[in-house]
Design a protein around this ligand. Structure first.
Ligand code: NAD
Length: 382
């Protein structure tokens, strides 16, 4: 297949590009490299030293038979989107290219506006571009489990059967997102659903859980293929952040009681989920929703897992509870369905102590790149 990967220089997009290219698909990465400029803005960096996109792709060409091309451009610019679609004529478009940090979106008005404009306009441009250029192509869009919030009933995969005043219907599952970023994803979902209904486009919304880990079979093959690993309080996902904290003797910072429960998955499962969605496209006119995670944990459970493994390796690791900077329920019911990707053949890599050990060892190797002050939350929701 010809697969365009918007956001292919990012944490999920780069290993997905390699994974799909290694399976014989022809890849076009479209990225404006803005993720690298957030690092400059926040005075932080990936824990792992990463090559530039140019170096990454040059070394793919020099050392593998894989077909990866790049186009540096912004999805907010419709001409870029249309040019990419016209020249490449993709069968599928994987859309990762959004501002994806909840704290970043909650910094102030400017960051909230930037996040929502970047995400919503980029997705709208893609929808109009697909309609104009390649209406049969399958849009695979990264959403988030955070769109649903934490309702006191089971979370279904996208849709809920509702009985009301003696009548019944299947309706989009109610959305109660956690941040301006998560709201942007809800706006995207509505826009994509409308485009499928009005124009007959085909789309899969992957409501992804929190991703941990950073290596896949392909990123391990060459030091220039290594993936980014964010550890800071703005972009670092919780397990990755705990591992960075443990190796520099910092407390594992749990926000509030730590009862916040979410869906999680390993990066190797992210890349496989995208492949499964691409190999089994939605029907024309269908807006399909999958919940993309493999296990659920509370933040405190994860902290205890990292604490135990770190202590067994000789680190003097402790858990510290901080006042929660976010507005969220700290203990709540959480049961989210996630069977559709399993039905397509996903074989999950569940969180193991071996995995946590590898993460701690990698963080230890690069401990000189960790800035301790970037670990503590300074952005509040209030
Ligand atoms: P990332 O920030 O590492 O990667 C996003 C990439 O998109 C970056 O390379 C960035 O430069 C690019 N980009 C952003 N805006 C762009 C624009 N307007 N035009 C072109 N390129 C643009 O993020 P990630 O962690 O790889 O996440 C990828 C997607 O998965 C996001 O949509 C995110 O919301 C979703 N997601 C991620 C997680 C997670 O734990 N990382 C969890 C759930 C959902």
């Amino acid at each position: 297949m010809k697969i365009m990967i918007a956001g292919g220089d990012g944490f999920c997009g780069w290993p997905t590009s390699l994974h799909l290219a290694a399976r014989g698909h022809e890849i076009l990465i479209v990225d404006n490299l803005v993720r690298r400029t957030y690092d400059e803005e926040l005075n932080t960096q990936s824990l792992t030293p990463i090559a530039s996109l140019e170096e990454r792709v040059r070394s793919v060409r020099e050392t593998t038979p894989w077909a990866i091309d790049t186009l540096i451009g912004d999805l907010q610019d419709y001409d870029v989107v249309e040019q990419a679609l016209r020249s490449f004529q993709p069968d599928a478009i994987v859309h990762f290219a959004e501002q994806r940090s909840a704290p970043y979106s909650m910094m102030d008005r400017e960051h909230a506006v930037y996040t929502q404009v970047n995400n919503v306009v980029g997705t709208l441009n893609l929808l109009y571009g697909i309609k104009a250029v390649c209406p049969d192509a399958h849009l695979i869009k990264l959403g988030t489990m955070g769109e649903y919030g934490t309702p006191n009933i089971d979370i279904e995969e996208g849709y809920l059967r509702v009985e009301h005043n003696g009548r019944s219907d299947v309706l989009p599952y109610p959305k109660q997102p956690f941040s301006m970023y998560h709201l942007s994803k809800v706006h995207d979902s509505h826009n994509i659903m409308f485009a499928c209904k009005a124009w007959g486009l085909r789309a899969t919304d992957l409501n992804q859980g929190v991703v941990y880990g950073y290596q896949t079979d392909e990123t391990r093959q060459n030091p220039l293929f290594v993936n980014r690993l964010d550890y800071d309080h703005v972009f670092g996902t919780v397990l990755n952040r705990f591992c960075a904290q443990a190796v520099i003797g910092h407390d594992l910072t749990v926000y509030g009681e730590g009862g916040q429960t979410r869906g999680f998955l390993e990066i190797r499962d992210t890349v496989r989920c995208i492949e499964l969605a691409a190999l089994h496209p939605a029907d024309q006119g269908e807006f399909r929703v999958f919940n993309q995670f493999t296990e659920q944990f509370s933040v405190l459970e994860l902290a205890k897992r990292v604490e135990a493994v770190a202590q067994s390796l000789g680190f003097n690791t402790k858990i510290a509870h901080l006042e929660n900077p976010r507005v969220e329920k700290q203990s709540h019911y959480y049961h989210a369905k996630h069977t559709k990707l399993l039905d397509l053949g996903l074989e999950p890599h569940l969180l193991s102590d071996t995995m946590i050990t590898e993460m701690l060892q990698e963080a230890y190797r690069h401990q000189d790149r960790i800035r301790a002050s970037a670990l503590l939350p300074t952005i509040t929701w209030r």
